[in-house]
Design a binder for this molecule. Structure first.
Ligand SMILES: [Zn+2]
Ligand SMILES: [Zn+2]
Length: 298
């Protein structure tokens, strides 16, 4: 009897664990199409699988599932030379995909030859379907003091590449708001700056808005504890607001902890519309226009 009960308990636990690893169900479709301004298709497919189930062409499948709920364009973001090259190739094959290329701020300090890696990123920067340089920036959460000089050097080099090629700069900023602004001021910011997975409060949001930067909100804005982030979204004008998954991470509520993909963007957009009091259709149209201004046309 006891054995039977514990067996039952274990089965329930196993079932819960399996569920945690599965993609959530598709949300209700949006009436006005919108884009995912920051996603990692390569990491999603290798770590979480294909949204909608196994497919011969995982990229096409992920695009189709997203398009089915009104997310008809996405930006594939590079984090190292290999993923940047992959993204640039994918963007040439699929009309729904544009790419950005870069060395992630947590990758840069680990590279044996940063200059050579930067040369390879620059070689990709000029391709037509590559519309941004990122994700680059500063991360004081995962990179300690020993890596910060290389991280800043890499960030500065990416800013220079973005300006040389006239592409958007996509910034990863984790616990480094003041230093990101310091380096941007020092180098001179490119025309288009996107703060991906915006993580500041209302004051930092106001400062970024004043500078003309674009603030991209991820599923984190839906998390229960994210009061300051919601206040930041509320002071961001629709013309400077983007939405993203950063998939496979940061899955919006109510599916936090499960794998993320572009087809879950409607959860975050609906949440943002409710939080800011915006009309959902108008917000989607504004986000699309902002995305096309930053990266487009697709
Ligand atoms: Zn990031
Ligand atoms: Zn990312």
């Amino acid at each position: 009897m006891l054995a039977a009960m514990s067996e039952q308990t274990e089965t329930r636990k196993q079932r819960a664990a399996r569920r945690a690893g599965e993609f959530p169900p598709a949300p209700e479709a949006l009436a006005v199409p919108v884009l995912d301004s920051h996603t990692h298709l390569d990491i999603t497919v290798s770590e979480a699988g294909v949204p909608g189930g196994p497919a011969d062409d995982p990229v096409a499948a992920a695009i189709a599932v997203a398009a089915g709920v009104g997310v008809d364009r996405l930006v594939q973001v590079g984090v190292d030379v290999e993923s940047s090259r992959w993204g640039a190739d994918v963007a040439e094959r699929y009309g729904a995909v544009l790419a950005t290329v870069a060395l992630h701020p947590n990758e840069a300090p680990r590279l044996p030859d940063l200059d050579e890696a930067l040369r390879q990123i620059e070689a990709l920067a000029g391709r037509d379907r590559v519309r941004g340089i990122g994700e680059t920036g500063m991360d004081f959460f995962r990179t300690g003091d020993e890596g910060r000089a290389a991280q800043e050097e890499s960030f500065r080099a990416h800013i220079a590449i973005a300006k040389r090629y006239g592409k958007a700069l996509v910034i990863h900023d984790r616990d480094a708001h003041a230093d990101v602004l310091r380096v941007l001021d020092d180098e001179g910011a490119p025309d288009t700056v996107v703060l991906h997975c915006f993580s500041g409060d209302a004051d930092f949001a106001r400062e970024c808005v004043r500078r003309g930067y674009l603030l991209s909100f991820a599923g984190t804005v839906t998390f229960g504890s994210a009061t300051a982030l919601r206040a930041a979204a509320a002071v961001t004008p629709p013309a400077q607001l983007l939405v993203e998954t950063d998939a496979p991470y940061l899955t919006p509520m109510p599916h936090r902890g499960r794998p993320n993909a572009s087809y879950l963007i409607p959860l975050t957009v609906r949440f943002l519309a409710e939080t800011t009091g915006a009309d959902l259709d108008e917000l989607c149209a504004a986000i699309s226009a902002t995305g096309e201004r930053a990266f487009g046309p697709w």
